[in-house]
Design a protein around this ligand. Structure first.
Ligand SMILES: C[S@@+](CC[C@H](N)C(=O)[O-])C[C@H]1O[C@@H](n2cnc3c(N)ncnc32)[C@H](O)[C@@H]1O
Length: 259
């Protein structure tokens, strides 16, 4: 199935305490395919990947499904895929991996094949091989996460919008200390993202940049968004090379190396 004909992802709205978020399986297929392809440019051997702000698990499970479909597990001899979120109950839901069966309506046949019916009515669960590939670790904020590990890739998707621009700077500085190569992020503070990336040694990757940007679905908003709007880092204009610093603002893949 071509991407143009692929069904739109079914979003799940999750709420707990003061934490909320929208997440979904296979939310941006161009992003998932590009992320897997870029990671496969890394040397064979071991790879460490960390997902911050994983919500109820749809994001890391989607990545692992695309990784399985696209030769990632043949490329690497061993891997650690860790995931966390600031909200412990979201992590517990991710570990339980029970989702409303309506999510299947947003999937193509290949994607749907990773799911099976659950013993819970109207729910589906994900294939054990996908579930077991990720290790959920205790709840943590990306602003003060600490680790002794070095991660080849860190994901902070659709989450920097929940912190201030100053906290974004702090978070990207902290992440750069334990991330050796790719930082995957979107819905960041657009006015300061270039400075945050430049000072930490990341450059924007151009691979499939426009396709990924325009793949963020309901976040694309043609009308200008005022910087004072709470949605300023969430809503994005359609991709255009006329946007100042578009290489950074319209990018979701930042790289410390060269592809
Ligand atoms: C809109 S959801 C995005 C979920 C997923 N990353 C995705 O793109 O589908 C935002 C998530 O960020 C989490 N979050 C908010 N602030 C956070 C922080 N400071 N550290 C870690 N996670 C955070 C929320 O709990 C929620 O799960």
């Amino acid at each position: 199935m071509s991407e143009q004909n692929a069904p739109s992802p079914v979003m799940m709205r999750v709420y707990e305490n003061d934490k909320k978020g929208a997440t979904g399986f296979f939310r941006n297929r161009a992003f998932l395919m590009t992320a897997v392809d870029l990671l496969k440019t890394l040397p064979r051997g071991h790879i460490n990947i960390l997902f911050h702000a994983c919500s109820v698990g749809a994001e890391p499970y989607s990545f692992i499904a695309y990784a399985a479909m696209n030769g990632f597990f043949q490329h690497f001899e061993s891997f650690n895929i860790l995931a966390t979120d600031i909200e412990p109950s979201f992590i517990a839901q991710a570990q339980a991996a029970q989702y409303p069966s309506s999510i299947l309506n947003g999937m193509n046949d290949q994607e749907r094949a990773f799911f099976a019916s659950s013993s819970v009515p109207d729910m589906v669960t994900i294939h054990p091989a996908i579930k077991e590939a990720v290790q959920f670790i205790p709840a943590a904020s990306f602003t003060d996460f600490q680790t002794d590990m070095a991660f080849d890739a860190v994901f902070v998707m659709n989450a920097l919008t929940y912190v201030s621009a100053q906290e974004q700077t702090k978070a990207i500085n902290a992440i750069a200390a334990y991330n050796t190569r790719f930082l995957f992020t979107t819905a960041f503070h657009p006015d300061s993202v270039k400075a945050d990336m430049v000072q930490t040694g990341y450059h924007p990757a151009s691979t499939n940049r426009a396709q990924i940007h325009n793949g963020w679905g309901d976040r694309i908003t043609p009308a200008p968004i005022a910087p004072s709007s709470p949605e300023y880092s969430w809503r994005i204009p359609p991709y255009s090379e006329n946007i100042p610093d578009y290489e950074y603002r319209c990018c979701a893949i930042f790289d410390k190396g060269t592809v």
